[in-house]
Design a protein around this ligand. Structure first.
Ligand code: SF4
Ligand code: SF4
Length: 397
């Protein structure tokens, strides 16, 4: 029987509300429950989480905020197997059981292999992960299984050809990555369509960065439609694609949810004129965003030196934007924010020891260590006299 997804916005468990923005484990359960209540009351029902989100606490939070408070048949629950973080295939059974327990369910609705790339795919083949999941699906432990995918369109084609039993794919699609040569979202989407696989979209707003675009770009959007939020353009772009089953959105604040409800309540695909507006905006953003980080924070959790990588990258991107349109003082303000992060206990960029643990987990395959060295140390840290002292302390820690 075909699954009725209803309104096509899913609540993403990667960006739940937190009490401390630098501690992903400080989930604000009270706010999360309020957000879940408004989300459900408006007829939405898709919750996506994963073993590793929020320092492995996201699944439990969804269990408490959703599963414990709503009838099991009133929502869909989706989670993912952390192949990248596992040491052997023997862990598949125990992790799957742990996930059911954390989520307070006896079955999921959708289950994915997390972060499929060449490296994780090789592990899946060696460990028999696809066979394991086929058996779980046959045993009624979930209805469909998918892959959340982070590699080239050619590799997606190979995976879907070799494993036609995959029911759906989760892809990073947004208007800035659509033809971005590093992500190639359009081509991956076309591969999924060629194989007849429905798509769940992640990073539609690119970690919120498509809500915070350069003023010049915002002006173009506002002139075209003063009522529409900047983020709504990003969600309408992916929602307009045929074959998109659900668009995920991290909604750590009620205002994000309310804005998304207004987009998906009575969804209107983009018009040809609106696509032209987006084309102009893409040009402006590309000219202003040197580091395409989506602020997923996987790297931050992996870093032994507690380097606030995504925050430093955001400061750098802002600094470059300000350099074009503002005064030297505004640029120095970025260095002050940098110093404040270090005072809060984060390692400065120069404390990096080059272990590359961050790069191994970055879904965007960013050369993080190069960026830290050439951009953050060279262009921000030089303004912060305390950073060198802190770097020496971190070197000894
Ligand atoms: S390479 Fe540097 S930034 Fe990356 S995890 Fe290691 S110490 Fe942290
Ligand atoms: S650098 Fe990569 S892993 Fe780190 S927050 Fe940005 S996109 Fe995520």
């Amino acid at each position: 029987m075909a699954i009725d997804f209803g309104k096509r916005m899913g609540l993403g468990g990667l960006r739940l509300p937190v009490l401390d923005p630098h501690n992903p484990m400080s989930i604000d359960m009270e706010t999360l429950k309020k957000i879940v209540d408004v989300y459900m009351a408006n007829g939405f029902k898709y919750f996506d989480t994963a073993y590793i989100y929020h320092g492995e606490l996201s699944e439990g939070a969804i269990g408490e905020a959703v599963v414990d408070r709503y009838p099991r048949d009133s929502f869909f629950l989706s989670t993912k197997m952390p192949i990248k973080q596992m040491r052997s295939g023997d862990e598949m059974e125990s992790i799957f059981a742990e996930q059911l327990k954390k989520c307070h369910v006896d079955h999921f609705d959708f289950y994915l292999i997390h972060c499929v790339s060449k490296d994780t795919y090789a592990r899946c083949e060696e460990w028999g992960t696809f066979e394991f999941l086929k058996q779980k699906r046959a045993a009624g432990k979930f209805r469909e299984f998918g892959v959340s995918f982070h590699d080239s369109p050619e590799f997606l084609d190979k995976v879907l050809t070799e494993h036609p039993e995959i029911d759906f794919v989760m892809l990073q699609i947004n208007y800035i990555d659509w033809v971005n040569p590093a992500i190639r979202a359009k081509e991956s989407y076309e591969v999924a369509m060629k194989h007849g696989k429905p798509v769940v979209v992640m990073e539609a707003c690119k970690g919120g960065t498509l809500a915070e675009i350069p003023e010049e770009a915002k002006k173009i959007m506002r002139e075209f439609n003063p009522e529409a939020s900047i983020a709504s353009w990003a969600y309408r772009f992916v929602g307009s694609l045929p074959g998109v089953r659900v668009v995920l959105s991290g909604m750590p604040k009620m205002e994000f949810l309310e804005d998304n409800i207004s987009v998906f309540e009575d969804f209107k695909p983009l018009s040809q004129e609106e696509y032209k507006v987006i084309d102009q905006v893409v040009e402006i953003i590309n000219a202003n965003t040197p580091i395409p980080c989506t602020v997923c924070r996987y790297c931050e959790t992996a870093c032994p030196k507690k380097i606030a990588i995504p925050d430093y990258f955001a400061l750098y991107n802002d600094m470059k934007r300000l350099e074009k349109s503002s005064t030297p003082n505004d640029v120095l303000t970025q260095a002050m924010f940098y110093g404040a992060l270090i005072e809060q206990g984060h390692g400065p960029a120069s404390a990096c020891v080059g272990c590359k643990k961050c790069e191994k987990v970055c879904p965007q395959s960013l050369p993080i260590t190069d960026y830290l060295r050439d951009m953050v140390v060279e262009e921000i840290e030089k303004y912060d006299p305390m950073a060198k002292i802190e770097a020496m302390k971190h070197a000894g820690s």
